[in-house]
Design a protein around this ligand. Structure first.
Ligand SMILES: *Cc1c(COP(=O)(O)O)cnc(C)c1O
Length: 374
């Protein structure tokens, strides 16, 4: 056996087209997980593949210390779209790196070390981001991780108010927890967290690696929260399948970020792909479509699955179905017998993160399959 790192699924994918993936036997699968939310525009979207291939031809890479027009345009586009005051961008290659940078920036800008995260959080698997991730399963074999991290129960504003103090460098929080089971934050929780961090000049970081790029019904989930963070991290959908991460931040962070860097930061090809992804999402009003389809899908799931599930939780096209038995067996049945690919979020949640371009017929297809499986 070679390539021991991942446990692979018994389906070999050779092509992608919109919300569908084709395996080597010619079977089509509906990709209701968008391969971990990485293709908000669907597989192989022309607007992205064309500019990326052109860029690959003209200039694949030049060291990040030389300005490249398309990277500058990406910085400008992200600043325009992010909530007011978040005007600076640092680019990297993944979600965990984006969070790693955010944690380092917060420590440098505040001169403090304490980081507050939440129960059931997921922020990535490098040593710093991992230390702010909740589950022991991911952490135990690698300890000790970075110190001075405290966990507060998600959606408990009083506990947050108690934890944030003058030693706090940052609070990191997902506006909707993904890996933790699709748990939307309450307005009160985010507002209190904002007030408390602002009162002691600590940084508030929204981890939008999964929620960003229109998934929750706005380009950034932060837009619909009554709380503007100091930093937003992004990755997953930002390059529509090509690897990129971004740490967006306010001036006071950017002015005192220390000396962080990365060789591949904002290479021309990935900058072109991300610029095309964000532009297309905005031009085609994809966030509004995601909101509408999310509502339709959630209503259908609730009315047709009824008592065969415990609960359906959603925000836009980030949907969690709390089931009454192990999610993995259900996902296997969905994939092998109904050609629908979905994701788990913990042991008892079936997670749907489809391409944001899906139409009613695709929503119906997954609901029909779930009705049969359950
Ligand atoms: C996936 C994810 C990460 C980690 O991203 P990678 O690109 O896998 O490193 C961090 N935060 C959230 C909320 C995620 O969903």
């Amino acid at each position: 056996m070679s390539g021991f790192v991942f446990s692979e699924k018994p389906i070999e994918i050779v092509e992608g087209d919109g919300p569908y993936l084709l395996d080597k036997n010619g079977t089509d699968y509906l990709d209701m997980g968008a391969s971990y939310a990485c293709v908000p525009l669907g597989h192989g979207h022309e607007a992205v593949t064309e500019v990326a291939s052109e860029q690959l031809d003209s200039l694949t890479y030049v060291q990040a210390s030389y300005p490249v027009e398309i990277r500058t345009q990406l910085y400008e586009l992200l600043a325009e779209t992010a909530p007011k005051g978040i005007d600076n961008t640092w680019l990297c290659n993944s979600g965990t790196e984006a969070n790693e940078a955010a944690l380092k920036f917060a420590r440098a800008a505040t001169g403090r070390s304490k980081i507050i995260a939440t129960t059931r959080s997921f922020h990535g698997r490098t040593m710093g981001a991992l230390a702010t991730t909740w589950k022991d399963k991911y952490k135990k074999p690698y300890e000790p991780l970075i110190g001075d991290v405290e966990f507060v129960p998600y959606n408990e504003p009083d506990a947050m108010a108690e934890a944030v103090d003058e030693e706090t460098a940052a609070v990191i929080v997902e506006p909707v927890q993904g890996e933790g089971g699709i748990n939307p934050a309450t307005d009160e929780f985010l507002e209190t967290t904002r007030e408390e961090t602002a009162a002691v000049d600590a940084a508030l970081i929204f981890d939008e690696v999964q929620t960003g790029m229109g998934r929750t019904g706005s380009l950034w989930a932060a837009e619909s929260a009554d709380a503007v963070p100091d930093m937003i991290t992004s990755a997953k959908g930002l390059g529509n399948g090509l690897p990129i991460g971004a740490t967006l931040c306010q001036d006071w962070i950017a002015e005192n970020y220390g000396s962080h860097a990365s060789t591949f930061s904002g290479g021309p090809v990935i900058s072109a792909a991300a610029h095309a992804t964000v532009s297309t999402i905005l031009e085609e009003e994809i966030p509004a479509h995601a909101a509408e389809m999310g509502e339709y899908l959630t209503d259908e799931l609730e009315s047709r699955l009824e008592s065969s599930v415990r609960e359906v939780r959603s925000e836009g096209l980030m949907v969690g179905i709390e089931v009454k038995r192990g999610a993995n067996r259900i996902l296997r049945d969905l994939a092998l017998n109904h050609q629908v690919l979905a994701l788990p979020a913990g042991r008892t949640v079936v997670r749907l993160l489809p391409p944001l371009t899906i139409e009613h017929e695709h929503a119906d297809e997954v609901v029909d399959a779930l009705v049969e499986v359950l």
